[in-house]
Design a protein around this ligand. Structure first.
Ligand SMILES: [Zn+2]
Length: 342
């Protein structure tokens, strides 16, 4: 990335109201099957336009073609029975009815590759594509086949690697794996979680990122955050191993979070997507607030490795708010860019 402080978003952006219910997570599609494909492409174009207009440097599809950041990917795989459901605890936080792994999992055909090709045709800006991480995938399922979290994660890592290689060939510049589960299961992350992630990126020549956040601004997450005390030191458990991993970029939640910024020192040498936009509030940051967060992060990450971003996805926010936050992110990064370039 030649541009200093290239901006991006962590993931999802709001969908238009004709495609899915606004301000709702995992909202079902409103269009019938025969017009849904075209509708998703139109939404992707609008979402890209919003990012370009706001001056975002590394753009994405805003996850316009998926309902859920994990489930939509899994729906395309074989070996998982969506009719057979069990209630499990997601990231030790809330109960959810999830599908069951009933047989060996495999990818029969590409999942997002056509969508990525479509995005690539629309812009010459660098593009980033998000996939779920292996550990977060297993945490959203009931497994009656492998009966081993590690084994299932490893199988998903191999599948993700197949998909990632095709996304790279489609022209994706950065492939990001969403691993909120890395903030919860520290022992497993260090034992095999990071190794599984490295299996997912094996042989890739494009850049790779891992997004580790404290979740969308939904009640289960904000309630959980209240139990974490005055300092959130979760990242400290996994950063030493991530620092030596094959992943190029680490995407973190920093705006209005209680993560001590100095923890970023533990991944010195990595590129860091610093979340400078809070996704759990409708209040739009001022450019100066964004700049202040980035300035603080600059003490612990070299300027050429600092990537201003959002804490997490913005799909549950009103479009007007998300758009305002994109502009604030751009303007805040520009303040700092001017300071750095004198
Ligand atoms: Zn997130």
């Amino acid at each position: 990335m030649k541009r200093l402080l290239p901006t991006s978003t962590a993931g999802s952006l709001p969908k238009p109201s004709w495609l899915a219910q606004p301000e709702t997570l995992w909202s079902p599609w409103k269009l019938p099957d025969d017009t849904l494909f075209e509708g998703k492409q139109d939404a992707l174009r609008l979402c890209l336009g919003d990012q370009l207009q706001a001056g975002i440097d590394i753009v994405s599809d805003g996850e316009q073609t998926r309902q859920h950041f994990v489930t939509t990917f899994i729906e395309h795989l074989s070996g998982v029975d969506f009719e057979k459901r069990e209630t499990v605890r997601i990231r030790n936080r809330y109960d959810a009815s999830v599908p069951t792994v009933v047989d060996a999992v495999s990818r029969q055909k590409p999942v997002f590759v056509e969508d990525a090709k479509f995005l690539r045709q629309q812009t010459t800006q660098p593009i980033k594509w998000a996939l779920p991480g292996p550990m977060t995938m297993i945490d959203t399922l009931y497994d009656s086949h492998y009966k081993s979290r590690e084994k299932l994660a490893w199988e998903f890592a191999k599948i993700l690697n197949e998909e990632a290689k095709e996304l790279e060939a489609a022209g994706v510049d950065i492939i990001q794996f969403d691993e909120p589960a890395f903030n919860v299961f520290f022992d497993e992350v260090n034992d095999w979680g990071i190794a599984a992630l490295e299996r997912a990126v094996e042989g890739l020549k494009c850049e790779t990122a891992v997004h580790i956040c404290y979740g969308y601004g939904i009640k289960a997450n904000t309630d959980w955050k209240k139990t974490l005390g005055s300092e959130w030191r979760q990242y400290e458990e996994i950063f030493p191993k991530l620092q030596t991993s094959a992943i190029d970029i680490i995407s973190l939640e920093c705006q209005n979070s209680r993560v001590p910024m100095e923890l970023i020192e533990l991944i010195r040498g990595k590129k860091v997507m610093v979340g400078a936009i809070d996704v759990a509030t409708h209040a739009i940051e001022t450019p100066e607030e964004v700049a202040a967060t980035l300035r603080k992060a600059l003490q612990f990450v070299d300027a050429d490795k600092l990537y201003p971003s959002t804490n997490c996805g913005m799909t549950p926010l009103p479009r007007r708010v998300a758009q305002g936050k994109l502009h604030a992110l751009s303007a805040g990064a520009e303040i700092l860019r001017r300071e750095l370039l004198g």
